[in-house]
Structures are given as C-alpha cells and as structure tokens.
Design a binder for this molecule. Structure first.
Ligand code: G3P
Length: 220
C-alpha cells in the first residue's frame, strides 16, 4: 500500500518526502485554500517536489467547464491526476478525460455502489472517505472492505485510495483491507512513526553506549 500525504502545504510535503516513504499527494479545494496562495503556484511546487501521482481537484460544476479545467490541470505535469466529484457530471467528464488518456481520481465516494461507478468509467483512482462516514455514525472501514472485495471479485484495475483517515489504525486497517493507497494528514503521518518503546529503547541504547565510551576513556 502506497502512503500519500493529504495536504497542499509544501513544508509538510518536504518533511515527509525526506523519510523516503512518500508515494504521492492528494489535494482538495479546502486544503489549497488553507495555503492562501495562488493555486497554480501551490500545485506546481508540489508537482515538482514529489515524483508520484499528485491529485488536483476540479472546481467547475458545468460539464464543459469541468472538462476544460480537467485538461488544464492534466497538462501541468506528467504526474498530475485530475480529481472529479462523484456526481453524474463528474462521471461523464471523468469518462471523457479517461478516454483522452488522462488519469482521474473520483473523489467524495461514500458507498460501494459509487465505487462501482468509478471503476466502470475506468478511473485511475477511487477515493472512499472513511473518516467522514465515521463522523455520521456509519462504518467507513466496512465500506472500504466491501469496495476492496468487489474490486477483487470484478478484477477492476482502478486503485482504491482510502481517504479522510484520522488516526494510525485507519492506515493499518486500510492495508489489511487491501487498499492500494492511504492518504493522510501530516499529523497522522507523524503519529505513524511514533512509539514510546522506540523512544525509550533508543534512549537506553545511547545511554549504555555513552557509559561504555566513558569507561574506555577512563581506562586509556
Ligand atoms: O482529501 C480528501 C479527504 O482525505 C479529506 O479528508 O479529513 O477532510 O475528511 P477530511
């Protein structure tokens, strides 16, 4: 399972990229708006910083305008992936873009039925939002498991990207469910690496090492 950052903040992206585990980045209009900068400049910086797929979301609702915007976003860089919403218009435009050889990510997916539609238009990525389902007392992980099972049974090539992840166990359970990608905020990435026993173990190892060095220096 590839690990993506769900952010438009270049400093967060640079920091996680240094870990060597960053497979790609997902952005959405809210995340780009948080940067309070020219969206094109924000996207270009991310597209250059990370080699993997970078999802850039359309904001036009009228099909022709959405299609044109999709074409513009796709030509920004070879690793650009165009996000379209799970709506009748988004599906129609997504199919046109896919037929042109453009990689699309169908976003705002909340049910297995919607995920089937995304696969049927040949989407590169489908993005079920787990956390937002949990927020409304529905089981996001159960929806993800069902989507992964259906995709396996049907032999769909569309990559399942678990989105709206809120804590490390969401990532662990997404991997177990068979998701191809998990995208998460910077804070969750940082939680993934942390373990109190790692910190305590390192402190003990380094303490013992220092004591040995001091002993050897005394004897010299
Ligand atoms: O970018 C899509 C998704 O990951 C948003 O997550 O936390 O805003 O529900 P969240």
């Amino acid at each position: 399972m590839k690990l993506f950052l769900d952010t438009a903040n270049i400093e967060e992206i640079r920091e996680i990229n240094r870990w060597g585990v960053l497979g790609g980045v997902t952005t959405n209009p809210s995340l780009v708006a948080k940067e309070a900068d020219d969206p094109e400049r924000v996207w270009k910086e991310i597209l250059t910083e990370v080699e993997g797929p970078i999802s850039l979301e359309t904001t036009e609702l009228e099909p022709e305008a959405m299609y044109q915007q999709g074409l513009d976003l796709a030509q920004m860089a070879p690793n650009a992936v165009v996000k379209v919403p799970m709506t009748p218009e988004g599906l129609g435009v997504g199919k046109r873009l896919t037929d042109e050889g453009i990689k699309i990510n169908v976003t705002l997916v909340f049910s297995p039925a919607q995920a089937i539609l995304a696969a049927e238009i040949g989407a590169y990525i489908v993005s079920p939002f787990l956390g937002r389902l949990d927020d409304v007392a529905s089981d996001g992980m159960d929806a993800l498991r069902t989507i992964c099972d259906i995709y396996e049974i049907q032999g769909y090539d569309t990559l399942v990207l678990a989105a709206s992840l809120r804590h490390p166990m969401h990532i662990v359970e997404s991997a177990l469910a068979g998701a191809d990608i998990a995208t998460m905020p910077f804070a969750v990435f940082k939680q993934l690496v942390k373990h109190p026993l790692t910190d305590a173990g390192l402190e003990k190892f380094l303490g013992d090492w220092k004591a040995l060095k001091q002993e050897l220096e005394k004897g010299a």
